[in-house]
Structures are given as C-alpha cells and as structure tokens.
Ligand binder design. Sequence first.
Ligand code: NAD
Ligand code: DAU
Length: 352
Amino acid sequence: MILVTGGAGFIGGNFVLDWLAGSNEPVVNLDKLTYAGNLDTLSPLAQDKRHVFVRGDIGDRDLVVKLLATHQPRAVINFAAESHVDRSIHGPGEFIQTNVVGTFNLLDAVHEYWRALSGTARSEFRFLHVSTDEVYGSLAADDLPFRESNPYEPNSPYSASKAASDHLVRAWHHTYGLPVLTTNCSNNYGPYHFPEKLIPLVILNALAGKPLPIYGDGQQIRDWLFVTDHCAAIRRVLADGTPGETYNVGGWNEKANIDVVNIICSILDEIKPRGDGKAYASQITYVQDRPGHDRRYAIDAGKIEQGLGWRPAETFETGIRKTVQWYLDNPQWVENVTSGTYREWVELQYGQ
Ligand code: NAD
Ligand code: DAU
C-alpha cells in the first residue's frame, strides 16, 4: 500500500492511473479537491478496490495520522500543492498554507508513524516529495542547466513556498533521519492538465476561436516533459533513490513559449483545420507579462539518468501530438472542469 497526496490533480492523477495499470499494490489517495482536483480523472478507477479515495487536507494532522495507522503504507508520495504561479501572485496565502504549513503537518504525522515502525517496515519506508525546478530561480541564456547542487533562488510566491517545503523535507531527514526523497521536475504537459496552464489553455482557446495569450515577448524558455515520463521517474526514485538525495527530472526539451504555441497551432492546422481556412496562429495575442516572470528554466537530468537509469520515453514532438489529440478526444472531461470557478479565474487573469 502507498499513500499518495494530491492524486486528483494533473500529475498525481496520472501517477495513480499509471501505478494501478502497472502494479496491484493499492493506493490511498488523499486530496482536498480544490479547484485543481478533479475526480473525473480517476473515474476509470471508480469500481477498483485497489484505489481508496479520501477527501481531506494534508494539513489535517489528525486525519493523516489516522490514515497512516489504518492503511500502514510503505511509502508516502506528496503531490498535493497549490501549483499555479499566476494564482500565487494574486493570492499567495493558500500557497503558504498548503505548500508550507501543509507539508509541515504531513511530515510531522509521517515522522510519528515512521518512528513507531520496526524492522524492514521502518528501513524500507520512504517519503517522496514532488517538487519543481522553479526553486532554482531563473537562468540566463548561456547558463548551464540546473543541477541538484544549484543554490535555491525562488522568485515567485509559488516557487518560494515550494522551496520552503523542500527545505522542511530536507531537515526532517537531516535531523530526524526520516528516509525522504525529493524530485525537482520541469514543466509537465499531457492528458488531464487543468486548462489554466499554458499548453491546455492554448489548445482549448484555439479550438474555441479565442485569443492565445502570450505573456510579454513570448521568449521565456521552459523545459517540457510529458507527464507519464515524470510518473516513471518518480517510480524509479521511489524504488532505488538514496534517502536524503534530490533528483532533477527533465526532458531536455527547452522551448520558448512562442515556439510551443506555434507548434500546437500547426498540429491543429493539420488535424482539425479552422473552418475559415485561416491558421490558428492568427489567434496569437501578446498580453501583459507575468510580474517577476522567470526567463529560462533548464534541467540537467544527468543524475537520475546515470544513477537510476531513467530516460524520458517521449520527445516533445511525440508528446505534444498525443496531448493535442487527447484534448480533442475528451471534450466531456474539459466541459466538466471548465466550471464557474474556472470562468471566474479566466476573467480575473485575462479580463480587462
Ligand atoms: P495540480 O494543481 O494539478 O494538482 C494539485 C492537487 O493537490 C489537486 O488535486 C488539489 O486538489 C490537491 N490539493 C491542493 N491542496 C491540497 C491540500 N491542502 N491537501 C490535499 N490536497 C490538496 O498540480 P500538479 O500540476 O499536478 O502538480 C503536482 C505536484 O507536482 C505539485 O507539488 C507541483 O508543485 C509539482 N510540480 C508540478 C509541475 C507541473 O508542470 N505541473 C512540475 C514540477 C513539479
Ligand atoms: O517548471 C515547473 C513548473 O511549471 C511547475 O512547478 C508549476 O506547477 C507549473 O504550473 C509550471 O509553471 P509555469 O509557470 O512554467 O507554467 P504555466 O503553464 O503557467 O506557464 C508556462 C509559460 O507560459 C510561462 O513562461 C508563462 C507563459 N504563459 C502562461 C500562460 C498561462 C503565457 O505566456 N500565457 C499564458 O496564458
């Protein structure tokens, strides 16, 4: 049994689906179901007894203590977080609450549970914390990609809150010996991605004939990784990572935002052309930049590749095609997540 937090979100949902497709080991899935959590993603598991869903907060120490005592997991994988940089700029409080205070409460409960274990249950237990490359800050054009030894220089309320959580996880290992693992991953994309992030937003706005908003000059660079490759990396680290170590995870796929948007447009031009014969790229609209917008992220994934034998299976070209096709094939999922709350966000962020 493993305990996953945030398993109704984008990456956690993909992780739970993948896990149960490849293993019979059951999963307890603790998720608060914020605007970003979506049970539709987990609907293939509705009748599956190997999946136990619990609605709750990682910051609810008593609940976590009870879940650990009941299910006796051999590992906890923490995906739960507020994850959207733009939302952290509008309202940082929730980010501090979940990403910092929540992670503290989770760690505290897990520490109590782990301390009482004995034998192999204790020595083989793992707490895996899923984090981001954003904790390293922004790179200049000619800087080397982030390595695990790079200093933490977070620039947004989101990345600062994730950095704080990484530090707590590190401290619980160093001080109490809790066997922790941390992964710092680059930008994910793929199925079940909530459509306020760049890639799903652009696919869905393009299909709806709406503007494709590019912040600033569109030359900011991100390193993109298909979500199931991230899930595979987490499984590798969980299986063979060294407690106390951190692992950078990335796809060697640095791309400027404008290039990502143009690629999506040209795939749509090919497989779902606009009725009026115009190119989807005609919908591109430059808008005001994100405050404090990091210019470039890039990951050196050498440590996980050489140490644990992980490699991404998808290139950006194969992964983005699968992603565009998935959104075309799943209008009902999109319909269900683009609720009133979603529309309020779009108005706040892009409205005049
Ligand atoms: P997401 O926003 O799609 O999902 C987050 C999930 O956590 C949601 O299901 C939400 O309901 C749940 N949640 C939020 N607060 C909670 C709380 N207090 N208690 C329990 N559940 C709570 O996020 P994501 O994109 O799937 O990211 C998952 C993790 O991976 C995050 O920790 C994020 O920082 C990290 N990460 C994301 C990316 C990316 O590109 N999306 C890249 C690297 C790392
Ligand atoms: O690097 C990992 C991080 O990637 C994760 O830790 C975060 O949880 C995840 O949300 C993501 O953060 P970004 O800020 O990079 O992702 P987002 O999709 O919001 O934006 C990607 C880039 O596109 C970024 O440079 C901002 C830009 N952008 C985004 C939106 C939503 C636009 O130009 N226009 C937009 O409308």
